[in-house]
Design a protein around this ligand. Sequence first.
Ligand SMILES: *[C@@H]1O[C@H](CO)[C@@H](O)[C@H](O)[C@H]1NC(C)=O
Length: 621
Amino acid sequence: MARLLGCVAAGASLVRAIYLPGVAPIEYQDGASVDLKVNKLTSVKTQLPYGYYTLPFCAPPGGIQDSVENLGEILAGDLIENSGYDLRMKENRTCQLLCKKELTKDHRNQFRTMIEDNYLVNWIVDNMPAATKYIRHSDGGQFMYMNGFPIGVQRDGHYYLHNHMKLSFMYHSSDKYEGYRIVGFEVEPHSIVQATRSDPSSPLGSEAICSEEADAKLMDMDLHNEIVYTYDVTWAYSEMRWVSRWDNYLKMTGGQIHWFSILNSLMIMLFLSGMVAMILLRTLWRDITKYNELATAEEAAEETGWKLVHGDVFRKPRFGKLLVVSVGCGVQVLGMSLVTLLFALLGFLSPAHRGGLLQSMMLLFTFMGVFGGYTSARLYKVFQGDDWKTATLMTALFYPGIIFAVFFTLNLFIWAQKSTGAVPFTTMFAVLVLWFGISVPLVFMGSYFGYRKDAIELPVRTNHVPRQIPAQPWFMQPLFTCAVGGILPFGAVFTELFFIMSSLWQHQFYYLFGFLALVVGILVITCAEISIALTYFQLTSENYNWWWRSFMASGSSAVYVFMYSVLYFSSRLQIDKWVSIFLYFGYMSILSLLFFLLTGSIGFLASFMFVRVIYGSIKVD
Ligand SMILES: *[C@@H]1O[C@H](CO)[C@@H](O)[C@H](O)[C@H]1NC(C)=O
């Protein structure tokens, strides 16, 4: 019984650890208190988040408390804390005093640097981020939502602080449930100078008087030694239902561009598919029938083409161990991506579920270690490797180690900047436990099963003496074929990549997982096809060193991804702090490495299957 209870408790804490916020609606009764939580201050310009209370904002009377909910949030650098705003369902307020603060010289400098770096305040109410509404005249006066609002503004060398907030909430009610659900949360930041007068009946001992003529009296930080923080609250009924309350936030990215991106990827795929179909159906079929009809010896002596290298085509490549490790890890990444996409399509990872995406990617990468270990073991057996322990250990440690090392180094830099984006050492430890406690054993388990199975049968025997490779024309040189090969998979994804980059670096929401799934599907097919086509051309010109090249042919698209990130950096971001530059390129190189493993192993596995099939269908004596 005790054990059962223990299990239940452990299960409950696990569920809490991977809890996703915003799954179920909350109903508030009339006058019920509604919590306003504050998240990190973010800046597109520095990419270094800071805790809300690093600036002299009003601390809640009961003290500051954290309410971070899951691993994904911590890894994303979220720092969610409580606040002193007193909100009650359906109770309007005007010019409510939050607190008064003295504005010291240090505070002034802190505010100034953060206003210069375009820092935004991020608030959360009922799991919805505060949005600032603005009208886009180019879109016919349609309103758009911006995520968060600026700390203050800088104009003609003067710094104005946003010290008065107009919070407007939308609520919805229906006879299906009791109470009210929050369906909208907008903030309009203002900079004003309020008067205060003592009021013994208020808990703060005074009250504020906000003037209506706003522009005459901006809160200029150079002219005042005290900041008065105030807020207005309005509650208005809305027809919007709870399930669609995220729609306004997600309007931010255009839908048409995604259709264009799909169309573009489809064209690339169709073009390639046509080419591969032509190879497979016409040339290859002709080759195979010709090879099999050749009866006499002198006819066989005049053979040309890929059949000639049948005695070498499965010759062990150089650095075979590294190749199987790369493919194993690539399969791990592939598994992670596919299952994450599936979860996303089922709606588990929408932006309403803070931290969910990152967290599930971490966990899935860990669990996919089984497939990584299995794949690398089976391939290593093909290469008749005798050092399976090293190969397995490398699969478990090599690429994850590189990624962890980069991540750890970047984290040190973030930490040195005292940013909340730094992952605390306890979380770092948790990541290490996931890696060494779960992922490494799973890789070994997978590789154990992989070795127990019979080796993959190869259709032709390898000769003792390697064949001479004839001189290759310039367009068959490895660098050239890889450079050409990588363009197509990259071309299939680059428009969607733009949106992913905006969500990573510009704090926009990414939610079109349906499009992403289509694009990933097209990417998989494109990688397979380009590698098969290039492998075929290579074998036709009697060059049998295809193992690595089939990996590189599609994997080289990662180089283009990295180049794209350089372009994005110079055209879209105004980052000038060197730590932030370092962060950007550090994370982009991790992303490119993952993309390299993913696309490379798809190309490799497809080519391997292709080569086995074509050499299995000819007669070799
Ligand atoms: C609160 O303000 C909103 C917007 O001005 C208004 O529609 C609503 O009727 C007000 N509610 C109350 C209880 O006064």
